[in-house]
Design a protein around this ligand. Structure first.
Ligand SMILES: *Cc1c(COP(=O)(O)O)cnc(C)c1O
Length: 236
């Protein structure tokens, strides 16, 4: 009998496909990221067994402690990918570069430069997203939209980073419609800057409560925690 995680993933894949159909979008252009923060390695293994390949974790240290338990399986699906979706602290940069396949929360040149140096030392190129803060009530993290052009220019010489797109977390609100203007704004920003920076293809936006609205507004990755793994025990 399939477990709860497997059933939740099935339901979400259907909901994503339905949202894509309503928005006249190709469902292969929307990726489902399973946000496994606070949940044990066993939950991640269950999701992998159910075919999930893309994961998001918020804390470097937490993922460092869970990753060894995945290593039995880790060699298997080469498409398995773990993204850091929480803030990157200076003293965790080297560890993050080692552990994660991508960092989706770059919001300053300082952080980017540190990550670039860490990636260079490991002889790898790390895909990054720039986290944009679109309202004063949104999370404390993220770059102001006006700062984007300057950061994008400054990233050009950082050849061990690959700027792949933009990410945002709108203010918390029970009504998914209230997130729509933020999603739309992120898409407009991406379209504007992609003219000069064509690697900016991705839009990471939408969570358990509002992913359907995010897909309607152009999301390419929805980050889903609660609707896959259930309620988190601690807040983050
Ligand atoms: C926790 C978290 C999510 C997932 O949130 P849910 O509401 O549980 O789906 C998505 N993105 C970020 C940045 C998060 O921290």
């Amino acid at each position: 009998m399939p477990g709860a995680i497997s059933q939740n993933l099935d339901r979400l894949r259907n909901q994503i496909a339905d949202a894509c159909a309503r928005a006249h979008r190709d469902p292969t252009t929307v990726h489902l990221m399973a946000v496994s923060k606070t949940h044990p390695a066993e939950a991640i293994l269950e999701a992998i067994a159910a075919g999930q390949r893309l994961f998001g974790e918020n804390r470097v240290q937490e993922f460092a402690s869970k990753k060894p338990a995945l290593s039995t399986l880790y060699a298997l699906p080469s498409t398995l990918s773990f993204h850091l979706i929480g803030p990157l602290q200076n003293n965790k940069t080297a560890k993050a570069a080692e552990l994660f396949d991508a960092v989706d929360t770059i919001d300053s040149l300082k952080t980017a430069a540190r990550l670039n140096a860490a990636a260079e030392a490991l002889h790898k190129t790390i895909p990054i997203l720039i986290e944009v803060k679109l309202s004063p009530e949104a999370s404390k993290h993220g770059l102001a939209p006006e700062e984007l052009p300057r950061l994008l220019e400054a990233l050009t010489p950082l050849t061990h980073l690959h700027p792949a797109g933009l990410m945002t977390v709108p203010p918390l609100d029970a009504d998914p419609e209230s997130a729509r203007p933020y999603f739309r704004r992120l898409r407009e920003l991406r379209d504007t800057h992609a003219a000069k920076h064509p690697t900016l293809a991705e839009l990471s936006m939408g969570m358990s409560n509002d992913f359907e609205v995010a897909i309607e507004e152009g999301s390419t990755t929805v980050r889903i925690g609660t609707a896959i793994f259930g309620k988190r025990v601690s807040s983050e």
